[in-house]
Design a protein around this ligand. Structure first.
Ligand SMILES: Cc1ncc(COP(=O)(O)O)c(C=O)c1O
Length: 227
């Protein structure tokens, strides 16, 4: 089972019956978007022996710097996660009430289809949520407008990130206007102001009627300012 989003603090898959658990330590465990490292945890000693042998043969031995960064990140994981998931819950509730937003998915919302299961088997609901806006163009415009939240793919860092998932290869099953946010440790009011400003400005643009027929497309002066 991939426990990357939950982290070992929020969910213990071995205790729930999993044989193997994988973590991308690149994400919440490292926590600062400067580490590439993964971990596999297993229940049976014979599986561990096979994994160690595989590591020897394949040469996937972690470097000293990666181990240092992962251990340093792990020391603040509880603090980071507490802040991030509190903000994620608040943002999910506010997004769900926003007129320009359709479906919001966050297991901490009582209406979420996975709320009951998450409440049963997790110690918290994590810091990743998704929400849908009208279409791909609207979603891209929101990504281009945010200033506090970084427009980037990765998750689990102290800085919040947003991305339109369907633009990635192999994500055709994801709704075109779906945005994923990984909530970081910024002040929740800064995050909400950023999101609300981007959503409101995008909604305003969508309803604006250009009085000049065939006027040249508006230049997005924000384009290119994002990672
Ligand atoms: C849930 C999840 N698991 C695993 C991975 C893979 O992590 P890595 O990039 O460290 O190989 C990712 C990467 O995005 C992820 O989101």
């Amino acid at each position: 089972m991939d426990n990357t989003f939950a982290t070992p603090l929020l969910q213990a898959p071995l205790a729930l019956g999993a044989d193997f658990v994988v973590h991308s330590a690149t994400k919440f465990i490292g926590g600062h978007s400067d580490l590439l490292l993964g971990a596999v945890v297993c229940r049976r000693p014979e599986d561990r022996a096979r994994l160690v042998r595989r590591r020897e043969v394949a040469g996937a031995t972690p470097g000293a710097l990666e181990c240092f960064l992962a251990l340093r990140g792990a020391r603040t994981l509880a603090l980071r996660l507490r802040q991030a998931q509190e903000s994620a819950g608040e943002l999910a509730r506010r997004l769900a009430a926003h007129p320009a937003v359709g479906r919001v998915r966050y297991p901490g919302l009582p209406a979420d289809p996975h709320h009951a299961r998450a409440a049963r088997q997790m110690r918290g609901f994590g810091a990743v949520l998704t929400f849908e806006v009208g279409n791909a163009d609207t979603a891209d415009a929101v990504c281009a407008r945010v200033r506090v939240i970084a427009h980037a793919t990765s998750v689990g860092g102290v800085e919040s990130t947003i991305e339109r998932r369907a633009k990635l290869p192999g994500q055709d099953h994801v709704p075109a206007g779906l945005l994923r946010i990984s909530v970081g440790c910024e002040h929740v009011e800064d995050l909400w102001a950023d999101l609300a400003t981007a959503l409101d400005a995008t909604a305003l643009d969508a309803t604006a009627v250009d009085p000049i027929p065939h006027a040249p497309a508006r230049q997005d002066t924000n384009a290119g300012n994002h990672p």
